[in-house]
Design a binder for this molecule. Structure first.
Ligand code: CUA
Length: 346
């Protein structure tokens, strides 16, 4: 059920537009209620509604702040006590004043609620024909999975979407709380372990828009960023076809390399020998690895497989053991492809 149809049912079709559309123009872009430097680009179909609610509340606050503080300062000065025997005010109370200062702010609250409700419903209810993408938060990568197109991407690739098309995201997390935030679209939602949340947006025009993780989630929280890459719908269809052709003809090593980025391995393990959150995998295959408990282990297929599925079984010396288990998240052939890729990291 769309917001428009709910409003139609309760006999309020067009009411928000009548109430607020005349107050401010329909797109909000042309009326600079907030200066351009103040807000990030307004790039989704509902971002102007958020800005509008913000601007109306903000400027009413400014006006009332000046009126109240101005009146207070003026009265303090004009009616200050000038002589020791001067009487204080004889006024005891005023019902009409009290009613006025309760009812008028009450009416403003109703206006704020109306704007908030309309905007919230528009942001909350995705159109029925939205394209669906699954987003998985993990320390410290965003995974993007396209169930209809059979494509998997990572933070490094970006979230590729068609512009002028509603896109619905289903969010979850494999470890801790993360939060998915696209400032240019004025939308964010928590990614919660063992639970699904969702958000939707429609990019108004092609372009690149920053994605942040906006829930502190550990060491590399500030690096858990990505980009929405919005393409013209025709370009997006072409991109999907290219992507599918490319992955159909991959060798196991190439497939492993692709999984290396899409599964977020690259976020914690380097391939050049430098230590990140986890050990580098350069030159590891076939070598002896020293473990935190003082023993050592030969890095072979079985050890790599165990380290992917149950990373805490054997912790490498000098590391904290922060990797989430991948059991249930990778197929056997995917694990084999990753091993084949890791063998090539000499
Ligand atoms: Cu993920 Cu902060």
């Amino acid at each position: 059920m769309t917001f428009a149809s709910i409003m139609h049912l309760v006999g309020l079709a067009g009411a928000p537009q009548r109430a607020f559309g005349s107050l401010l123009n329909a797109t909000g872009d042309a009326i600079p209620l907030t200066p351009r430097w103040w807000m990030p680009e307004s790039a989704s179909t509902f971002s102007h509604e958020v800005d509008r609610a913000f601007a109306v509340i903000y400027w009413l606050d400014v006006i009332f702040f000046l009126l109240i503080i101005g009146a207070m300062a003026f009265f303090t000065f004009a009616y200050r006590r000038k002589r020791a025997d001067q009487r204080t005010s004889p006024v005891k109370g005023s019902h009409s004043l009290e009613i006025a200062w309760s009812v008028i702010p009450g009416l403003f609250l109703l206006v704020f609620f109306g704007m908030g409700f309309v905007t919230y419903m528009d942001m909350q209810v995705p159109p029925a024909d939205s394209m669906h993408i699954r987003v998985t938060g993990q320390k410290w990568n965003w995974g993007f999975e396209y169930p209809e197109q059979g494509i998997k991407l990572s933070s490094a690739d970006g979230l590729v979407v068609p512009s002028n098309t509603p896109v619905r995201l289903t969010l979850t997390s494999v470890d801790v709380l993360h939060s998915f935030f696209i400032p240019d679209f004025r939308t964010k939602k928590d990614a919660v372990p063992s639970r699904y949340t969702s958000l939707w947006f429609e990019a108004k025009r092609p372009g690149e828009y920053q994605i942040y993780c906006t829930e502190y989630c550990g060491d590399d929280h500030s690096r858990m960023t990505s980009k929405v890459i919005a393409m013209e719908p025709a370009a997006f269809r072409e991109w999907v076809a290219d992507k599918k052709n490319a992955s159909a003809s991959l060798t196991p090593v190439e497939r492993g390399q692709q999984l290396w980025t899409t599964q977020g391995c690259a976020g914690c393990h380097s391939i050049d020998g430098s230590a990140l959150i986890g050990p580098s995998l350069k030159g590891k295959y076939g070598a002896q690895e020293s473990l935190a408990d003082g023993s050592s282990v030969l890095v072979d297929d079985d050890y790599i497989r165990e380290s992917i599925l149950a990373p805490n079984a054997k912790i490498v010396a000098g590391f904290a053991g922060q990797m989430p288990p991948y059991v249930g998240r990778l197929q056997d052939d995917e694990i084999s492809a990753l091993i084949d890729y890791i063998k090539t990291l000499k």
